[in-house]
Design a protein around this ligand. Sequence first.
Ligand SMILES: Nc1ncnc2c1ncn2[C@@H]1O[C@H](COP(=O)(O)OP(=O)(O)OP(=O)(O)O)[C@@H](O)[C@H]1O
Ligand SMILES: Nc1ncnc2c1ncn2[C@@H]1O[C@H](COP(=O)(O)OP(=O)(O)OP(=O)(O)O)[C@@H](O)[C@H]1O
Ligand SMILES: [Mg+2]
Ligand SMILES: [Mg+2]
Lengths: 195, 195, 165, 165
Amino acid sequence: LKLKKIEIQGFKSFADRTEMRFHGSGVAAVVGPNGCGKSNLSDAISWALGEQSAKSLRGARMEDVIFAGTRDRKPLGMASVTMTLTDPRIEPSPLSMEVIELPPGADIIAAAPTGNIPSDKPDRKRDIVITRRLFRSGESEYLIDGKAARLRDIQDIFMGSGLGPESYAIIEQGRIGQILSSRPHDRRAVIEEAA
Amino acid sequence: LKLKKIEIQGFKSFADRTEMRFHGSGVAAVVGPNGCGKSNLSDAISWALGEQSAKSLRGARMEDVIFAGTRDRKPLGMASVTMTLTDPRIEPSPLSMEVIELPPGADIIAAAPTGNIPSDKPDRKRDIVITRRLFRSGESEYLIDGKAARLRDIQDIFMGSGLGPESYAIIEQGRIGQILSSRPHDRRAVIEEAA
Amino acid sequence: SRKRFQEAFEHININFREMFKTLFGGGTGEMRLTDESNVGESGIEMVASPPGKRLQNVLLLSGGEKSLTAMALLMAIFKYQPSPFCILDEVDAPLDEANTARLAKLLKEMAGDTQFIVITHAKRTMEAAGTMYGVTMEEPGVSKLVSVKFNAAPIPVSEPKAMAA
Amino acid sequence: SRKRFQEAFEHININFREMFKTLFGGGTGEMRLTDESNVGESGIEMVASPPGKRLQNVLLLSGGEKSLTAMALLMAIFKYQPSPFCILDEVDAPLDEANTARLAKLLKEMAGDTQFIVITHAKRTMEAAGTMYGVTMEEPGVSKLVSVKFNAAPIPVSEPKAMAA
Ligand SMILES: Nc1ncnc2c1ncn2[C@@H]1O[C@H](COP(=O)(O)OP(=O)(O)OP(=O)(O)O)[C@@H](O)[C@H]1O
Ligand SMILES: Nc1ncnc2c1ncn2[C@@H]1O[C@H](COP(=O)(O)OP(=O)(O)OP(=O)(O)O)[C@@H](O)[C@H]1O
Ligand SMILES: [Mg+2]
Ligand SMILES: [Mg+2]
């Protein structure tokens, strides 16, 4: 799996539609003054992966991730994050979400459903496009390749991919200190996740 | 009260006798590579003021503040920190510790006992010299101007001076984040301490 | 005693608003009683809006904004009740260069009565210091104090006279 | 499953010793089972000695030493089980310049399979990056992504093509 692109709109300080494209490997630096929104980008990616704890996203309620307005701008009614990932190893055959026939050696990502693909024409054979939306009403929407899905389906995609909940793939600001102070059995859990 | 000097020996990584003199005002920077001992200096000053929590000094037991040796050096048997402060406002008269007659407008520092003053000949009229020692046996020693005292006497000197336990005079590494996350009533305690 | 708290609270709040503006180059920061009707027992909450942003609880600010706001509160308390000295251990770690420089400038201004001892890795903070103490571990595991000149290698000196330099 | 844990533990421990030496320029760091006799349920503790110092629990290290040791563990896990990407938010904040440079160099070497996204204020870390994304708030409270050239002012661009630069 490689990260290809994220599109953010209405999520925290990213009021306007923002797109961020990646090479898939290498070191990319994110820079800017204090308070400009760098950690919010990291929160957007955590959220798209299925983070359910508002506290981990530095809010009191999940609603706090929706753009809350500024002195000159009104709050928005929806937050939306779309993440596009590429699986370069696979040669997927056209499959529906319900009937899954895995080619030998492929993991569950290979069964990405074909369907209504968003504007950038991702490589249908290889890309998986995940969308998460939250409305101020409290309603949530989850899409996998444009098809309605449950949060659980999104979380399942990332199980065992190194992006699961026990993984260290996302180190939030200030969290590096906690990695060493975790208790002996929490540390075991992290090694087990990698196993 | 102004900070004049600290002398450290056997305290954490300061195995050899170290002296640090201060102007009493202005900005002094302490610099050096990671792990060289900068925060240990801050711990030495907290300890001299009467800090009793080993955890606040980043140890498991109070014994952890004694130099524990390196690959080439044996551990030491004692940690010692001596702090010299100056009270520039006062004109103290020679007083013993027991019979205290305070000149009008002076606070309790003015009653600093005359006695056996350590080598640097601090200004007897104006300096107060505090020493704290800990032996590996577990025994502690406290001196005020060279005379034996209790830990309580040292802590009393700093009550209400802005160096008391609720004060923000010493901000340990990483603690700046906690100042804002304290609860409404802890915040009140800090303001009350300053009142 | 409730009167003294009220007086301290109001003075420190005035200082806090001023310190916040200085460090953020604008904006609003203040303390509020959680229970206006019960001053004797009320807790204190804090709200802030950096320039142009909405007023909100300080816990929603960014890492650097939080540290700067905390420093504003600290300096506000110090202005009301100076301590003989103040030790700040790497408080500038989360700050960008502009904020580091503003904080260093404020510390310089506040250091008339108070001895500030600032542990730092940041050049901007070192530039504001009148005195610099270098700590080294030439012998592994054993700390040693040396005199430091900016832009020059540390000069190991026979202790301790050089420290007053 | 207990076998898989044992295997992962041993591989990651080998990586950890190696990563620790790389980041500290020497010294020893390793994980140990708290209960050797009960591998199926034992917890894990960590010991470390930076070059020349005594072996002790990692919790006794300095702020910067702890962060570097944590990064060594992270990279050790990644080498065994690479994630598709890794976001590091200001992990270099407590590091001095030499350690920042060593960490940046290691990230570059590890980035063959993994997309590292490093949020940072440190120039040494920026120098190791192949791509740089600038985040600005020209309009207060509204974040915007721009293309950044090192040593030049950010160039606001019509989104989003410049991001792949
Ligand atoms: N729901 C929201 N709506 C609007 N603005 C928000 C929302 N949530 C957070 N913000 C704003 O985003 C800003 C914080 O952004 P972020 O934490 O990403 O900063 P940062 O670039 O990481 O800064 P630092 O370098 O200090 O860590 C704050 O000013 C906060 O007010
Ligand atoms: N009792 C002790 N005996 C010997 N060495 C000790 C003792 N206690 C702590 N140390 C050592 O002191 C070092 C930590 O020093 P300190 O925390 O002051 O570093 P620092 O200069 O603040 O570094 P950083 O910039 O990373 O915060 C550690 O290497 C630790 O092993
Ligand atoms: Mg941040
Ligand atoms: Mg330190």
